[in-house]
Design a protein around this ligand. Structure first.
Ligand code: BDP
Length: 614
């Protein structure tokens, strides 16, 4: 799905800002049709933001169910004859969108965009009442899954098997935009190299929609970063060659632009035609980078050269705004990644905002792009206090879960397929992979991801309980991605035993599958300011020592293709006796102050050059 943009044929209005906000504590809003009138509420809420931590009110924070947002919107008066679209970059987790009283969109899935063509519901120059009902419930039919309990008094509580707070709300931008009726609906760009590798190849495919779309000629132009035209082609699909191509590389995010133009057809009046050419009916500019990704043996290759991942599993997580997108926080996080020498990150455990993906493209940061499929694992029942005994079956991960999982894979790839920064699709984090149902569940999902994008390696992240002796699905994937907590959850405080166990396991994976191994999580909870002379868990020294122990092992195992520390920064979680004000495995605190480990990582990643590129 294309990100909305303005341009010669399109206009875009941001609908971010303050909305009237009402918590539907009696679950009455839909029945009473709150969309029909101004919301009866004194509260206001910012978009984008999670609503949970904004008010000094535990009832808002812990609410399970619907909350409502509302605002009056004016449609620009110049939009007569245009197609008018309302677009939500993400609403977590479920949404019903009303324009005045009409339901115009419904969406489930908290981290991917959706939109509604509202041309028939609004008038250019007029106003409409936008109402959005937002639901934060997680069930066995949602990704991620969760469960809801109700006590005798009707009080509802929610549990989930993932280790981050279930922030909810309108987390990313809302846009109102116009397109011509015949418009560019989708673009797919796949790049490669020709000949001696100095010529780039750009395979493109364009989907044009709207009445009579197929009779309109399509033209594409490739512009380099300076805006100079370097190639053109005609038709809805084709290939453009770029001689002397500048590659997109880790650390050097060179971007080209593909300008796609839908032209007036022969029978149309040439009124809007530029001198000597057909009128442009619609135009959309898609950025892309020319690079290849490939797995060969135990090497992970970008542009044919071995790439070693350094960086973190991260979270979209900040004080007050929760998972709401914020440009300043985003730039700050990228600046810290650069300071520490990280060349990559994983979007643990859900697709991040489109602004983050664009930034990674521009700055050459490599991304492992993950779906929100986290917590599909009954083995965590003790940890999270839920009751499920087996994962795959009617009561937990069942056909409904699989359908939601297919949808999140489809929506992630549809959104992010043109980002050169994305080099691996991670279709799940730590699912149960040793139970009998695991292979039957994952085989079609891996196939789906490959079918939707045959150009990128596909993986999932394996959990510590399901090592090489027990796991039944990793052979279905291109890379081995492991989360390991030797020295923390096992061998706690004993780095000598941890080192031996880690090395033995990595060698066993290599012997079993012979694929690149990326350590997608390793780390230790650490209380900033707690110091110790001894191997004491929670101290800053222990965190740094544990990471160094992992690094010694990585440097001895040839199959290692990357190291992502868990986590970039401390983050909010649900309540539990294992968490003190959230998860403290950050190299930075939640307000982004470095712990001792951050300096140790910086030394390794900037001076040692563990990374061949960066
Ligand atoms: C792994 C999860 C991650 C947790 C981490 C931890 O992938 O989400 O936060 O462990 O326990 O199980 O810190």
């Amino acid at each position: 799905m294309l990100k909305p943009q303005d341009g010669p044929t399109r206009e875009l209005v941001s609908l971010d800002g303050l909305y009237a906000f009402r918590v539907d504590s009696g679950n009455a809003g839909l029945r009473e049709r709150w969309q029909d009138a101004p919301l009866a509420t004194p509260l206001e809420m910012a978009v984008p933001a999670s609503y949970n931590d904004v008010f000094a009110d535990p009832a808002v924070r812990g609410h399970v169910g619907w909350v409502w947002y509302q605002r009056d919107i004016r449609v620009p008066r110049g939009w007569a004859g245009e197609r008018i679209v309302l677009r939500f970059a993400s609403v977590t987790h479920g949404a019903k969108v009303f324009v005045d009283s009409a339901l115009v969109a419904e969406h489930q899935g908290g981290y991917t965009p959706f939109e509604a063509d509202i041309t028939g519901h609004v008038a250019p120059g007029g106003t409409f009442r936008l109402t959005v009902a937002v639901n934060n419930e997680l069930t066995q039919a949602t990704i991620p899954p969760g469960s809801i309990a109700e006590d005798a008094s009707g009080r509802r509580t929610q549990t989930y098997m993932h280790d981050f707070y279930n922030y909810a709300g309108i987390h990313r931008s809302i846009a109102l935009y116009s397109t011509p009726v015949v418009h560019v609906e989708d673009i797919t760009v796949v790049t490669g190299f020709d000949g001696d590798g100095t010529t780039g190849t750009v395979d493109y495919a364009v989907l044009v929609a709207g009445e009579g779309a197929d009779i309109h000629p399509v033209r594409v132009r490739v512009l380099d970063a300076e805006g100079t035209e370097v190639g053109t082609a005609e038709g809805i699909s084709g290939t453009v060659a770029i001689p002397g191509v500048v590659r997109w590389q880790p650390g050097k995010g060179y971007l080209y632009r593909l300008v796609v133009e839908v032209l007036a057809h022969d029978g149309e009046s040439p009124a809007g035609a530029a001198a000597g050419g057909a009128a442009v009916v619609d135009s959309y500019t898609q950025t892309f980078g020319v690079r290849t990704v490939e797995v060969r043996g135990t090497d992970f290759l970008i542009n044919g050269e071995p790439f070693y991942f350094t960086g973190f599993g991260m979270h979209e997580d900040h004080a007050t705004i929760g998972k709401g997108h914020s440009g300043a926080h985003m730039v700050n996080d990228f600046s810290l990644l650069e300071w520490i020498g990280a060349n990559s990150f994983r979007t643990s455990h859900y697709p991040y905002s489109e602004e983050i993906m664009d930034y990674a493209d521009r700055h050459g940061i490599v991304v492992i792009d993950e779906t929100p499929a986290v917590g599909l694992n009954a083995d965590f029942a003790g940890f999270f206090g839920t009751g499920a005994k087996t994962t795959y079956g009617p009561d937990f991960v069942n056909g409904e879960t699989a359908a939601a999982h297919r949808q999140v894979i489809e929506e992630l790839i549809a959104r992010d397929k043109n980002h050169p920064s994305v080099v691996i699709w991670s279709i799940a984090n730590e699912p149960q992979s040793s139970e009998e149902g695991a292979r039957g569940y994952f085989e079609p999902l891996a196939a789906l991801a490959r079918e939707l994008d045959p150009t990128r390696p596909v993986g999932f992240v394996n959990v510590m309980f399901d090592g090489p002796d027990k796991d039944t699905i990793t052979d279905l994937f291109d890379v081995i991605m492991l989360n390991r907590y030797y020295g923390w959850y096992v061998n706690t405080g004993d780095l000598v035993a941890a080192e031996a166990a880690l090395e033995a396991e990595l060698r066993a994976w290599d012997a079993k599958l012979g694929k690149p191994i990326i350590m997608t999580e390793y780390g230790a909870d650490t209380l900033a300011g707690f110091h110790s002379l001894y191997d004491q868990p929670w101290s800053e020294e222990y965190q740094a020592d544990l990471l160094e122990m992992f690094h010694r092992v990585f440097d001895r195992v040839d199959a290692m293709a990357g190291e992502h520390v868990w986590n970039f920064a401390d983050f909010a979680t649900s309540n539990g006796i294992m968490r003190v004000d959230g998860n403290k495995k950050g190299a930075f605190t939640r307000d982004r102050r470095p712990k001792a480990a951050a300096f140790a990582l910086r030394r390794r990643w900037t001076q040692n050059k563990a990374t061949p590129q960066g």
